[in-house]
Design a protein. Structure first.
Length: 164
């Protein structure tokens, strides 16, 4: 007869002791003092991620971006876009018509990173991005965005991309 043993462990174990506890502002230190908030934690994660992902703050400023995201969206290097507005960067969004025109302001407000930021809800959609190296080439990407909360308020949005 088969024998199965199950055990429960912490989500974020630390060597030697369990020093992380989930608190109202993020992960508190062992002494109960406030630790790193979720937005800062995501910023560190996105900056080192292998997957194409992007973190913007509530003012739509790029707070973190992975190098694979920069390649996919034609943004240049991660260092060059940090602190720049998402729509003020080299990101060129196109419509899905045969003319491949720039998105209208109304359509731009509905792209997943901005929709998640303004609605406070999960957003998903396809984006057509003009590649800066070749004016006649573009990429279609699937974008999934979620709001990032700090103290119960939307502090930004986190988006993962996948080329279609």
């Amino acid at each position: 007869m088969a024998h199965v043993e199950l055990s429960i462990s912490e989500a974020f174990p630390t060597p030697g002791a369990s020093s992380l506890q989930h608190g109202p502002t993020g992960f508190d230190n062992a002494d109960g003092s406030g630790g790193v908030d979720g937005f800062t934690r995501w910023s560190e994660t996105v900056s080192t991620a292998a997957e194409p992902c992007l973190l913007i703050d509530r003012d739509t400023v790029i707070s973190a971006v992975s190098s694979s995201c920069c390649q996919l969206l034609g943004l240049g290097s991660p260092i060059s876009v940090l602190g720049r507005p998402l729509l003020g960067s080299d990101l060129r969004l196109l419509d899905f018509t045969a003319a491949r025109g720039d998105l209208t302001e109304q359509d731009v407000e509905r792209i997943p990173p901005l929709l998640a930021l303004h609605s406070g809800r999960l957003a998903r959609g396809l984006l057509r991005v003009r590649c800066p190296d070749d004016e006649h080439a573009d990429a279609t990407v699937d974008a999934i965005s979620t709001p990032v909360l700090t103290d119960g308020l939307v502090a930004g949005s986190l988006t993962f991309f996948s080329e279609v």
